[in-house]
Write a protein that binds this ligand. Sequence first.
Ligand SMILES: Cc1cc2nc3c(=O)[nH]c(=O)nc-3n(C[C@H](O)[C@H](O)[C@H](O)COP(=O)(O)OP(=O)(O)OC[C@H]3O[C@@H](n4cnc5c(N)ncnc54)[C@H](O)[C@@H]3O)c2cc1C
Length: 512
Amino acid sequence: MPRLLPENTWHGDPTLPALLGSWLRPDTIAWAEPTLSEMGRAAVEELRAWGDGCERQPAVLRPFDGWGNRVDEVVYTDAWRQLAAVAARTGLVALPYEEEALGRLGAEARLVQAALGYLFAPSTATYLCPVAMTDGAARVLTDAGAGGQLQQVLGHLTSRDPGRAWTSGQWMTERQGGSDVGQNAVVARRDGDRWRLFGQKFFCSNIGCEVALTLARPEGAPPGTRGLTLFLVPRDVPDGVRNRYRIERLKDKLGTRAMATGEVTLDGAQVELVGGEDRGFAQMTAMLNITRLHNAITAAATMRRALMLATAYAGERVAFGRRLEQHPLHAQMLREIAAEADGALYLTMRMAQLLGRIETGTADAGEAALFRVGIALAKLYTAKQAVAVASEALECFGGQGYMEDTGLPRLLRDAQVLPIWEGTTSVLALDALRVLRKTDVLDAVAAELERLDAPEGECALDMARTARAQEGEAAERGARRLAFSLAQSWMGGLLGQAGIEVTPRGIGLPPR
Ligand SMILES: Cc1cc2nc3c(=O)[nH]c(=O)nc-3n(C[C@H](O)[C@H](O)[C@H](O)COP(=O)(O)OP(=O)(O)OC[C@H]3O[C@@H](n4cnc5c(N)ncnc54)[C@H](O)[C@@H]3O)c2cc1C
């Protein structure tokens, strides 16, 4: 049976090493290379075996102990704990928070972290989701300048010691609204000098987490997003006692099966306020910037893995007397997939680069404005394409692609969540439209597309200018089209700058 994956996905990646080689300082690449190489090796060996193991044997909920006491324990397999240990040891969360790494790498720490996540993600049964939420929580706690208990929590979230490392959840969505978070109804009540939460959260991924960040409305706070406050919910309160929330059930999902997602009832859970009472929505946005970046990393990585599999198969499988790769139409299909995979990687890495600069205070105002719209575009476009590419790569195997042995069905199942969580395609397209109404943001995009000599950049910018001039519904109706056009043009520019002469057109998207 021929190998479908290279022996090492870092050395075997046709794009990532060249990208990092030209974007990172030589010192940084020399420092990161051994870890990237080790991650690329592990991705086709033990990480893949553990990921497959988790998929076959997902976590289960143990609501009661043998005495009938409520324990709400999420029981994971050893394979899941192994993935957690690798994530911690490699610093998948820690890297951009460590003084030593930051001193050495500066803003480039985010690029190295993104590259490691990209190599880790496609083998590891969506473990990058807990990584993403933990990174988001670490960012918020760092920005809040949290002391006391919150400082200790931050230490656990950014620890490289698997015995000490914690992960975080991100409990935003309630039954009545995920996109429309302003409808949130969970109530925060003061109890002496502490706060307690009451109500239900409907989607809580990585539900075995040691802590979660959640939005709640203090009694008497105004309706809508203005009245939302961010709290930290510890799983255990002092003396090792379980906090007062119940995991009602684990969700039965299409994909992300290895990663337990629960429904939670908060029944007076003891929580810590994070930052000011009126800052909840702004803090959530900062957290989402991080989780959206990880979403794009996962999407780009999914496309690369799907392409690697489909390319290798096309080099072996014979139909009508020729290998699939020798059929012009099949070869064209693979080129189109490659354009999407490369474009996704470049746009995602550009966001990691911008984020690193913003976090280290080295970004100028234009870069900060660019990131505001870019992170929405990168998340929405790469997520949508990850599903299309995974589906197309599966079809490239014919009937065999439908079989679990190839790993393609899992890629497709897991890709399908990428356009939904962290903001759906439409919600993010509207977000991009809203941000583009700010002149500094549009100017920053125009400067970027011009700098890159982006293909059809003027056309995409004209669409943006028209949308800005439009009132209400007409602009909203065209928001997805605008977002896809800007993303494609931007990716084409980044690829052109790297000497890759293609413009992604979108698998399965209507022509512009
Ligand atoms: C596997 C999984 C795990 C998840 N884990 C978490 C988690 O850990 N924490 C968490 O907080 N959430 C989590 N979610 C929830 C997820 O973030 C939400 O499902 C998502 O944000 C969408 O919200 P909703 O389900 O309420 O859909 P809705 O907001 O009801 O959206 C339904 C549809 O309406 C569209 N829509 C909504 N508003 C508009 C508009 N203004 N204009 C045009 N179209 C619109 C949307 O694009 C979508 O197509 C998870 C979801 C899944 C599937």
